[in-house]
Design a protein around this ligand. Structure first.
Ligand code: ADP
Ligand code: ZN
Length: 443
């Protein structure tokens, strides 16, 4: 019904008609799909009840602006209706379930029909094709398989595209590197914290990634990372890194993705309706202004989610992209609104700390921010791995580097954190998303 996967004859687009239609055509398509999805959503217990209360029906929607008639859906709504409250299909039409990683609390369950999985695989094939991945490439998927959407999501997208797909999963650094060498892996999917960790292991093994590996492209996402981390990964491996954004509530990865221009992530507007709102007033912000991303699934059968408040902060990049795709671009995610912390009256996002750290060459590939309260005074401690033990063993160098980092951070944050330098590879690592912030203050 929602077929999007017609290979075209040109070598630029996976699905030329879906990627380059005119914006008017795209809006017409969105309106048709929005009406249908409102109708479909009303079959669920959650939306059915909600729409009945406010008298909303599919024919209440006559233009895209009417989306504001639909109430927002929050993560809490999904938790309250766990596990089946948003289902719009009988159980015998469901073929898959995933859950969100649960980064910010209790996980939420998402269900898929066969068509949902087809559409998802097509969207991911479109993403990967856009960056230049092609049949003949070996694709190693270094993310967790299982409940996390990043594993199976990319897996089926890559097979749809025709890549030789290796489901190597998360962790197991040395084995991952061995697989890369044995099978000349050219394309990888990896979360940023693992890409950084793997750099240290590759260096320890005495491998020169540019000489000894065949990597060309990495899809990197699932957690926030800075432009500085992208540069580090690109420089080290000698590859192109493309930012990959998604969330399980909207299938998983494949919601927005960078093209070869690496200037923002195209958000597939034929599958998702995008809004950016002020997180306090919930009013739309002008194009180009940062706010909270709000997404509506336009094609999902099993579990439509309308006006979902992602908590992710980004902006629409004004203007069109030179690649020729009409789909609007969002900027790199700054973080979730809940990631922001307030220390000594200053608002800070962990990503701001990362940007500064990753620009300092003596700083290694792992760090953690700790917030403590002692005698009613808040303290921010940044614990940083260094590239070389010399910086922690030589007191003079240690102090010099501590001062340098503190100074640079003060320039960005307007407060001076305490800096603790630790040896390379000494901070805890996880196989999943990294924990960059530990708040030990009890409020
Ligand atoms: P959880 O919300 O429990 O982490 P998900 O696995 O569904 O569950 O993760 C989706 C979230 O991951 C997004 O809402 C966003 O905060 C983050 N994320 C995904 N991709 C990116 C990316 N490229 N940049 C920044 N953050 C990302
Ligand atoms: Zn583009």
């Amino acid at each position: 019904m929602y077929c999007m996967g017609n290979r075209t004859t040109t070598d630029t687009f996976w699905d030329e008609s879906a990627e380059t239609l005119s914006y008017d055509e795209l809006e017409n398509l969105q309106l048709t799909r929005l009406k249908k999805i409102v109708e479909r959503a009303s079959r669920s217990e959650f939306y059915g009840g909600r729409f009945a209360e406010i008298g909303l029906r599919a024919d209440s929607i006559s233009s895209l602006d009417d989306i504001t008639k639909i109430p927002f859906t929050s993560k809490q709504d999904l938790r309250d209706s766990y596990p089946y409250g948003l289902l719009c299909e009988p159980k015998d039409r469901l073929v898959r379930m995933h859950v969100s990683s649960g980064t910010t609390g209790q996980a939420t369950a998402v269900f898929y029909t066969r068509t949902d999985l087809e559409v998802w695989a097509d969207l991911l094939a479109r993403c990967m094709y856009m960056t230049g991945a092609r049949p003949g490439d070996t694709f190693q998927n270094l993310t967790g398989y299982g409940l996390f959407t990043g594993g199976l999501g990319f897996h089926y997208g890559a097979e749809r595209l025709g890549l030789l797909t290796i489901p190597s999963g998360a962790g197991n650094s040395k084995r991952q590197i061995q697989i890369m060498r044995d099978f000349s892996t050219s394309v990888i999917h990896i979360i940023p914290s693992f890409a950084l960790l793997l750099m240290d292991v590759i260096t320890e093994l005495g491998i020169d990634p540019r000489r000894d590996l065949s990597l060309k492209i990495a899809f990197v996402g699932a957690e926030p990372y800075s432009e500085e981390v992208r540069r580090r990964i690109e420089d080290f491996y000698g590859i192109k890194v493309y930012n990959s954004y998604g969330l399980s509530e909207m299938n998983g990865p494949g919601v927005a993705f960078e093209c070869r221009c690496q200037d923002g992530l195209h958000l597939w507007e034929d599958a998702f309706l995008v809004e950016v709102v002020n997180p306090e007033t919930l009013k739309p912000v002008p194009e180009g202004t940062y706010g909270e991303l709000v997404l509506t699934t336009l094609t999902r059968e099993a579990m439509p989610i309308l006006r979902y408040r992602t908590k992710d902060l980004t902006r629409i990049i004004p203007g069109s992209c030179s690649c020729g795709r009409v789909h609007k671009r969002i900027d790199r995610i700054r973080g979730r609104s809940d990631d922001m912390f307030i220390i000594k009256g200053v608002n800070v996002f962990p990503i701001q700390v990362e940007q500064v750290l990753m620009n300092i060459s003596e700083v290694g590939n792992n760090y953690v921010i700790m917030l403590r309260r002692e005698k009613n005074l808040d303290e921010m401690v940044v614990r940083v791995e260094v590239t070389d033990r010399i910086f922690v063993e030589d007191m003079r160098r240690l102090q010099q580097l501590q001062r340098k980092i503190a100074h640079e951070l003060k320039g960005e944050l307007l407060l001076t954190p305490k800096i603790e330098l630790v040896e390379p590879n000494s901070l805890p690592r996880s196989d999943g998303k990294a924990t960059r912030l530990i708040d030990q203050r009890t409020t």
